[in-house]
Design a protein around this ligand. Structure first.
Ligand code: 6GU
Length: 225
C-alpha cells in the first residue's frame, strides 16, 4: 500500500513512521509512506500557501491553487482509491474504517491547517473527510499519523503474528482482555491461575469472559452497536 500525505509541516510527520512496526512494514515493501510538502506546489512568492478568509474573521485558509497543483500532479502518477481530508468536522475514525481503508492500494491524505482548506477543494477533490475525535488539533498531521498507523498495521504481513490484529480491542466490538507476563508472582500479586494452567480451551473461554466484563465496565456503549 502507498499512503501519500500532503502537509505544510512535513517535519511533523517524519518520526511517526521511522520506528518499530511501520518502519519494518516499509522495509518489507508492504507500506510506503511519502510526505509531500505543499509549499513545493505553490506559485506564489515566498512559498505562500495560505491567505485570509473572504468575509473576514480570524485565521488563515489554505489556498486552492497549491492544493490542486499538488493533488493533480500526484494523481497523474497514481490513481488514488480515496483522497482524504483530515478535519475535526469529518466522520469520526474507528477500527471499522481502519479495516476498510487497509484493503486499499493508494491513499492520499490532506492535512489542513489554520482555519482549514478552501471549501472548493473539499467540493471537487476530497472523497472522504475524517476526524480522529471531538477536539481540535492545530493541524491534520497528528491525525494523519494516527490513520496511517492504524491502517498500516492491518496490512497482511505487517504484524509478525498475523492473529494479533484479530485479537485487538474493537475488532469484535469488545475490548481486549487483560494480559500478564513474567513473573507469576510479584509482591504477592499473582497472575490468574488459569493463564498458567496450560488448558487452552479454558484460557480462551476466560479471555472471552474477561473481554465482555471489561467492555461492560469501561465501554458499555460498544455492547449495543
Ligand atoms: Cl483530523 N484535524 C484537526 N485539525 N483537528 C482534529 C482532527 C483533525 N480530528 C480531531 N481533531
Amino acid at each position: 500500500m502507498k499512503i501519500n500525505i500532503i502537509s505544510v509541516v512535513p517535519d511533523l510527520l517524519q518520526s511517526p513512521f521511522a520506528h518499530s512496526i511501520l518502519k519494518r512494514a516499509n522495509e518489507k515493501g508492504l507500506l510506503q509512506i511519502n510526505i509531500i510538502n505543499l509549499r513545493d506546489y505553490t506559485t506564489y512568492a515566498r512559498a505562500q500557501v495560505d491567505d485570509y478568509a473572504f468575509g473576514g474573521g480570524a485565521g488563515m485558509v489554505l489556498m486552492i491553487e497549491p492544493l490542486v497543483n499538488a493533488i493533480e500532479s500526484l494523481q497523474k502518477e497514481t490513481t488514488y482509491d480515496e483522497v482524504i481530508y483530515l478535519t475535526p468536522d469529518g466522520k469520526t475514525f474507528d477500527q471499522k474504517m481502519a479495516n476498510t481503508l487497509s484493503l486499499k492500494n493508494n491513499l492520499l491524505l490532506i492535512c489542513g491547517h489554520y482555519k482549514g482548506i478552501d471549501q472548493r477543494v473539499r467540493d471537487h477533490f476530497i472523497t472522504k473527510e475524517i476526524s480522529i475525535g471531538d477536539y481540535v488539533l492545530s493541524g491534520g498531521e497528528l491525525a494523519a499519523a494516527v490513520l496511517a498507523d492504524a491502517i498500516g498495521r492491518l496490512i497482511p504481513g505487517v504484524l509478525n503474528d498475523e492473529t494479533s490484529a484479530l485479537t485487538d480491542s474493537f475488532q469484535d466490538n469488545l475490548l481486549a482482555p487483560p494480559v500478564y507476563t513474567r513473573p507469576v508472582d510479584f509482591r504477592g500479586w499473582k497472575v490468574p491461575d488459569i493463564l498458567v494452567s496450560g488448558n487452552h480451551k479454558l484460557i480462551d473461554e476466560w479471555r472471552h469472559e474477561q473481554a465482555i466484563k471489561h467492555t461492560m465496565e469501561k465501554r458499555p456503549d460498544l455492547m449495543n452497536d
